[in-house]
Design a protein around this ligand. Structure first.
Ligand SMILES: Nc1ncnc2c1ncn2[C@@H]1O[C@H](COP(=O)(O)OP(=O)(O)OP(=O)(O)O)[C@@H](O)[C@H]1O
Ligand SMILES: Cc1ncsc1CCO
Ligand SMILES: [Mg+2]
Length: 272
Protein backbone atom coordinates (compact mmCIF):
# COMPACT_ATOMS: atom_id res chain seq x y z
CA UNK A 1 0.00 0.00 0.00
CA UNK A 2 1.06 3.59 -0.54
CA UNK A 3 2.31 5.23 2.66
CA UNK A 4 1.12 8.83 2.90
CA UNK A 5 -0.38 11.29 5.36
CA UNK A 6 -3.77 9.92 4.31
CA UNK A 7 -2.84 6.33 5.11
CA UNK A 8 -1.51 7.46 8.52
CA UNK A 9 -4.86 9.12 9.17
CA UNK A 10 -6.87 6.08 8.03
CA UNK A 11 -5.10 3.87 10.60
CA UNK A 12 -5.35 6.51 13.34
CA UNK A 13 -9.09 6.82 12.77
CA UNK A 14 -9.39 3.02 12.85
CA UNK A 15 -7.62 2.94 16.24
CA UNK A 16 -9.88 5.68 17.60
CA UNK A 17 -12.99 3.86 16.33
CA UNK A 18 -12.04 0.28 17.18
CA UNK A 19 -10.27 1.00 20.50
CA UNK A 20 -8.13 -2.18 20.14
CA UNK A 21 -6.96 -4.02 23.25
CA UNK A 22 -3.16 -3.95 23.37
CA UNK A 23 -1.43 -6.40 25.70
CA UNK A 24 1.91 -5.19 27.05
CA UNK A 25 4.56 -7.19 28.84
CA UNK A 26 6.75 -4.21 29.57
CA UNK A 27 9.16 -2.78 32.09
CA UNK A 28 8.48 -1.21 35.49
CA UNK A 29 9.85 2.15 34.34
CA UNK A 30 7.40 2.79 31.51
CA UNK A 31 4.22 0.91 32.39
CA UNK A 32 2.46 4.15 33.23
CA UNK A 33 3.78 6.30 30.33
CA UNK A 34 3.02 3.68 27.70
CA UNK A 35 -0.46 2.90 29.06
CA UNK A 36 -1.26 6.62 28.99
CA UNK A 37 0.12 7.04 25.47
CA UNK A 38 -1.98 4.12 24.20
CA UNK A 39 -5.08 5.62 25.81
CA UNK A 40 -4.35 9.06 24.34
CA UNK A 41 -3.93 7.47 20.91
CA UNK A 42 -7.32 5.75 21.18
CA UNK A 43 -6.29 2.19 22.06
CA UNK A 44 -7.01 0.21 25.21
CA UNK A 45 -3.85 -0.85 27.09
CA UNK A 46 -3.44 -3.75 29.51
CA UNK A 47 -0.20 -4.51 31.29
CA UNK A 48 -0.31 -8.30 31.78
CA UNK A 49 2.80 -10.36 32.41
CA UNK A 50 2.03 -13.33 34.71
CA UNK A 51 2.92 -16.60 33.01
CA UNK A 52 -0.33 -18.08 34.40
CA UNK A 53 -2.54 -15.70 32.36
CA UNK A 54 -0.59 -14.29 29.42
CA UNK A 55 -1.79 -16.91 26.94
CA UNK A 56 -5.45 -16.38 27.87
CA UNK A 57 -4.95 -12.65 27.50
CA UNK A 58 -3.33 -12.97 24.07
CA UNK A 59 -6.54 -14.64 22.89
CA UNK A 60 -8.60 -11.54 23.69
CA UNK A 61 -6.00 -8.91 22.72
CA UNK A 62 -5.58 -7.44 19.23
CA UNK A 63 -1.78 -7.12 19.53
CA UNK A 64 1.03 -8.03 21.93
CA UNK A 65 3.97 -5.76 22.83
CA UNK A 66 6.96 -7.41 24.54
CA UNK A 67 9.60 -5.16 26.09
CA UNK A 68 12.64 -6.57 27.93
CA UNK A 69 13.48 -3.39 29.88
CA UNK A 70 13.46 -4.85 33.39
CA UNK A 71 13.98 -8.58 32.94
CA UNK A 72 13.83 -11.43 35.40
CA UNK A 73 13.24 -15.17 35.02
CA UNK A 74 9.45 -15.34 35.60
CA UNK A 75 8.92 -12.46 33.19
CA UNK A 76 10.96 -14.23 30.52
CA UNK A 77 8.71 -17.28 30.85
CA UNK A 78 5.68 -15.00 30.47
CA UNK A 79 7.21 -13.50 27.31
CA UNK A 80 7.91 -16.93 25.81
CA UNK A 81 4.40 -18.21 26.50
CA UNK A 82 2.74 -15.02 25.25
CA UNK A 83 4.77 -14.80 22.04
CA UNK A 84 4.17 -18.44 21.19
CA UNK A 85 0.44 -18.09 21.84
CA UNK A 86 0.37 -14.96 19.67
CA UNK A 87 2.05 -16.89 16.84
CA UNK A 88 -0.51 -19.70 17.22
CA UNK A 89 -3.45 -17.28 17.38
CA UNK A 90 -2.00 -15.15 14.55
CA UNK A 91 -1.89 -11.97 16.64
CA UNK A 92 0.71 -9.30 15.73
CA UNK A 93 3.71 -8.96 18.06
CA UNK A 94 6.15 -6.08 18.64
CA UNK A 95 9.46 -6.86 20.34
CA UNK A 96 11.41 -4.04 22.03
CA UNK A 97 14.91 -5.34 22.86
CA UNK A 98 15.74 -2.68 25.47
CA UNK A 99 19.46 -2.61 26.27
CA UNK A 100 20.02 -5.91 24.44
CA UNK A 101 23.70 -5.06 23.94
CA UNK A 102 24.24 -4.31 27.63
CA UNK A 103 24.48 -7.81 29.12
CA UNK A 104 24.69 -11.44 27.95
CA UNK A 105 21.41 -12.15 29.81
CA UNK A 106 19.50 -9.66 27.66
CA UNK A 107 21.11 -10.86 24.44
CA UNK A 108 20.51 -14.55 25.20
CA UNK A 109 16.92 -13.86 26.22
CA UNK A 110 16.13 -12.05 22.97
CA UNK A 111 17.89 -14.76 20.96
CA UNK A 112 15.80 -17.40 22.72
CA UNK A 113 12.55 -15.50 22.10
CA UNK A 114 13.43 -15.08 18.42
CA UNK A 115 14.28 -18.79 18.08
CA UNK A 116 10.81 -19.74 19.36
CA UNK A 117 8.58 -17.35 17.42
CA UNK A 118 8.80 -14.50 14.93
CA UNK A 119 7.51 -11.04 15.89
CA UNK A 120 5.85 -8.80 13.30
CA UNK A 121 8.10 -5.86 14.23
CA UNK A 122 11.33 -5.37 16.20
CA UNK A 123 11.85 -1.72 17.31
CA UNK A 124 15.05 -0.52 18.90
CA UNK A 125 17.58 2.27 18.93
CA UNK A 126 20.76 2.00 16.84
CA UNK A 127 22.84 0.32 19.56
CA UNK A 128 20.15 -2.31 20.13
CA UNK A 129 19.66 -3.16 16.46
CA UNK A 130 23.43 -3.37 15.89
CA UNK A 131 23.89 -5.62 18.93
CA UNK A 132 21.21 -7.99 17.61
CA UNK A 133 22.90 -8.31 14.24
CA UNK A 134 26.42 -8.60 15.62
CA UNK A 135 25.38 -11.01 18.43
CA UNK A 136 27.68 -8.93 20.52
CA UNK A 137 27.53 -7.48 24.03
CA UNK A 138 29.06 -4.02 24.21
CA UNK A 139 28.26 -3.11 27.82
CA UNK A 140 26.13 -0.11 26.90
CA UNK A 141 22.98 0.86 28.80
CA UNK A 142 19.47 1.47 27.48
CA UNK A 143 20.33 4.67 25.56
CA UNK A 144 21.92 4.54 22.12
CA UNK A 145 25.54 5.50 21.54
CA UNK A 146 25.09 5.53 17.76
CA UNK A 147 22.90 7.65 15.51
CA UNK A 148 20.06 5.83 13.77
CA UNK A 149 21.43 6.38 10.23
CA UNK A 150 24.46 4.20 11.08
CA UNK A 151 22.17 1.22 11.76
CA UNK A 152 20.16 1.13 8.52
CA UNK A 153 22.24 -1.70 7.04
CA UNK A 154 22.05 -3.66 10.30
CA UNK A 155 18.28 -3.16 10.36
CA UNK A 156 17.94 -4.42 6.79
CA UNK A 157 20.07 -7.48 7.60
CA UNK A 158 18.09 -8.20 10.78
CA UNK A 159 14.77 -7.88 8.93
CA UNK A 160 15.97 -10.46 6.40
CA UNK A 161 17.39 -12.83 9.01
CA UNK A 162 14.29 -12.81 11.19
CA UNK A 163 11.68 -12.26 8.47
CA UNK A 164 10.03 -9.30 10.15
CA UNK A 165 9.90 -5.51 9.95
CA UNK A 166 12.66 -3.68 11.84
CA UNK A 167 12.43 -0.09 13.08
CA UNK A 168 15.51 1.88 14.16
CA UNK A 169 14.53 5.00 16.08
CA UNK A 170 16.57 8.11 16.72
CA UNK A 171 16.82 11.61 15.28
CA UNK A 172 15.42 10.04 12.11
CA UNK A 173 13.50 6.79 12.16
CA UNK A 174 14.08 4.00 9.65
CA UNK A 175 11.60 1.24 8.90
CA UNK A 176 12.50 -1.77 6.76
CA UNK A 177 11.16 -5.18 5.79
CA UNK A 178 14.58 -6.16 4.44
CA UNK A 179 13.69 -4.99 0.93
CA UNK A 180 12.22 -1.51 1.26
CA UNK A 181 13.63 1.17 3.57
CA UNK A 182 11.51 4.13 4.67
CA UNK A 183 12.77 7.19 6.52
CA UNK A 184 10.55 9.22 8.85
CA UNK A 185 11.71 12.65 9.96
CA UNK A 186 10.16 14.39 12.91
CA UNK A 187 10.27 14.41 16.66
CA UNK A 188 12.55 16.54 18.79
CA UNK A 189 15.82 15.99 20.71
CA UNK A 190 13.93 16.66 23.96
CA UNK A 191 12.19 13.28 23.44
CA UNK A 192 15.45 11.64 24.46
CA UNK A 193 15.15 13.34 27.86
CA UNK A 194 11.87 11.59 28.70
CA UNK A 195 12.32 7.97 29.74
CA UNK A 196 10.65 5.36 27.63
CA UNK A 197 9.80 7.36 24.54
CA UNK A 198 11.20 4.41 22.59
CA UNK A 199 9.06 2.02 24.61
CA UNK A 200 6.10 4.29 23.79
CA UNK A 201 6.97 4.07 20.10
CA UNK A 202 6.92 0.25 20.35
CA UNK A 203 3.55 0.33 22.14
CA UNK A 204 2.08 2.62 19.46
CA UNK A 205 3.37 0.26 16.75
CA UNK A 206 1.34 -2.44 18.52
CA UNK A 207 -1.80 -0.31 18.24
CA UNK A 208 -1.24 0.35 14.52
CA UNK A 209 -0.64 -3.38 13.89
CA UNK A 210 -3.94 -4.10 15.59
CA UNK A 211 -5.79 -2.21 12.85
CA UNK A 212 -3.39 -2.80 9.94
CA UNK A 213 -1.85 -6.26 9.48
CA UNK A 214 0.62 -4.93 6.90
CA UNK A 215 3.59 -4.36 9.23
CA UNK A 216 5.70 -2.02 7.05
CA UNK A 217 3.01 0.67 6.68
CA UNK A 218 1.68 0.08 10.20
CA UNK A 219 5.11 0.68 11.78
CA UNK A 220 5.75 3.67 9.51
CA UNK A 221 2.39 5.19 10.48
CA UNK A 222 3.18 4.72 14.17
CA UNK A 223 6.61 6.37 13.87
CA UNK A 224 5.07 9.25 11.92
CA UNK A 225 2.49 9.85 14.65
CA UNK A 226 5.22 9.61 17.35
CA UNK A 227 7.30 12.19 15.48
CA UNK A 228 4.47 14.65 14.87
CA UNK A 229 3.15 14.40 18.44
CA UNK A 230 6.70 14.86 19.76
CA UNK A 231 7.32 17.85 17.52
CA UNK A 232 4.02 19.56 18.39
CA UNK A 233 4.55 18.84 22.09
CA UNK A 234 8.12 20.13 22.12
CA UNK A 235 6.99 23.45 20.62
CA UNK A 236 4.88 24.01 23.75
CA UNK A 237 7.30 22.63 26.33
CA UNK A 238 9.96 24.17 28.53
CA UNK A 239 11.57 20.82 29.42
CA UNK A 240 11.06 17.04 29.68
CA UNK A 241 8.26 17.22 32.28
CA UNK A 242 5.93 19.35 30.22
CA UNK A 243 6.97 17.50 27.05
CA UNK A 244 5.55 14.27 28.45
CA UNK A 245 2.23 15.95 29.23
CA UNK A 246 1.99 17.87 25.95
CA UNK A 247 2.89 14.64 24.13
CA UNK A 248 -0.24 12.90 25.46
CA UNK A 249 -2.38 15.92 24.54
CA UNK A 250 -0.89 16.10 21.04
CA UNK A 251 -1.61 12.38 20.48
CA UNK A 252 -5.14 12.83 21.73
CA UNK A 253 -5.84 15.88 19.58
CA UNK A 254 -3.94 14.91 16.41
CA UNK A 255 -5.83 15.95 13.26
CA UNK A 256 -5.57 15.09 9.57
CA UNK A 257 -4.48 18.69 8.91
CA UNK A 258 -1.57 18.37 11.37
CA UNK A 259 -0.52 15.04 9.85
CA UNK A 260 -0.63 16.52 6.34
CA UNK A 261 1.38 19.56 7.43
CA UNK A 262 4.04 17.73 9.44
CA UNK A 263 4.54 14.22 8.05
CA UNK A 264 7.89 13.65 6.35
CA UNK A 265 7.95 10.06 5.07
CA UNK A 266 10.41 9.11 2.36
CA UNK A 267 10.99 5.83 0.55
CA UNK A 268 14.79 5.65 0.78
CA UNK A 269 15.49 2.59 -1.29
CA UNK A 270 14.44 -0.81 -2.43
CA UNK A 271 17.15 -3.44 -1.98
CA UNK A 272 17.17 -6.43 -4.38
N1 LIG B 1 17.23 13.71 18.40
C1 LIG B 1 15.98 13.40 18.12
N2 LIG B 1 15.27 14.14 17.24
C2 LIG B 1 14.00 13.82 16.92
N3 LIG B 1 13.34 12.76 17.44
C3 LIG B 1 13.98 11.96 18.31
C4 LIG B 1 15.34 12.22 18.70
N4 LIG B 1 15.71 11.27 19.57
C5 LIG B 1 14.66 10.44 19.73
N5 LIG B 1 13.62 10.84 18.97
C6 LIG B 1 12.30 10.18 18.88
O1 LIG B 1 12.00 9.70 20.17
C7 LIG B 1 11.38 8.40 20.11
C8 LIG B 1 12.19 7.42 20.93
O2 LIG B 1 13.35 7.07 20.22
P1 LIG B 1 14.73 6.64 20.89
O3 LIG B 1 15.62 6.21 19.77
O4 LIG B 1 15.22 7.71 21.79
O5 LIG B 1 14.26 5.36 21.71
P2 LIG B 1 15.00 4.53 22.83
O6 LIG B 1 16.46 4.83 22.87
O7 LIG B 1 14.61 3.10 22.66
O8 LIG B 1 14.28 5.12 24.12
P3 LIG B 1 13.89 4.42 25.52
O9 LIG B 1 14.78 3.23 25.70
O10 LIG B 1 14.10 5.49 26.54
O11 LIG B 1 12.47 4.01 25.43
C9 LIG B 1 11.27 8.07 18.63
O12 LIG B 1 9.97 8.39 18.18
C10 LIG B 1 12.31 8.97 17.97
O13 LIG B 1 11.95 9.32 16.66
C1 LIG C 1 15.57 3.51 32.16
C2 LIG C 1 15.21 2.11 31.91
N1 LIG C 1 15.87 1.09 32.53
C3 LIG C 1 15.41 -0.10 32.21
S1 LIG C 1 14.11 -0.07 31.11
C4 LIG C 1 14.16 1.64 31.08
C5 LIG C 1 13.20 2.44 30.29
C6 LIG C 1 13.77 2.99 29.04
O1 LIG C 1 14.20 2.05 28.15
MG1 LIG D 1 14.58 1.60 24.06
Amino acid sequence: MEITATSVWTDLEAIRTQNPLIQNITNYVVMNNTANALLALGASPAMVHAQEEVANFVNIASALVVNIGTLSAPWVTGMEVAMQQAAYAEKPVVLDPVGVGATPYRLHTVQKLLSQSTPSVIRGNASEIKALVEHHVQSKGVDSTYSSDTAVEAATQLAREIGCVVVVSGAKDYITDGTQVLEVEGGHPLMGKVTGMGCTASALIGAFLAVNPDALPAATHAMTVMGIAGELAAAKSSGPGTLQLHFYDALYQLTLEQIEAHSRIRMLKTVD
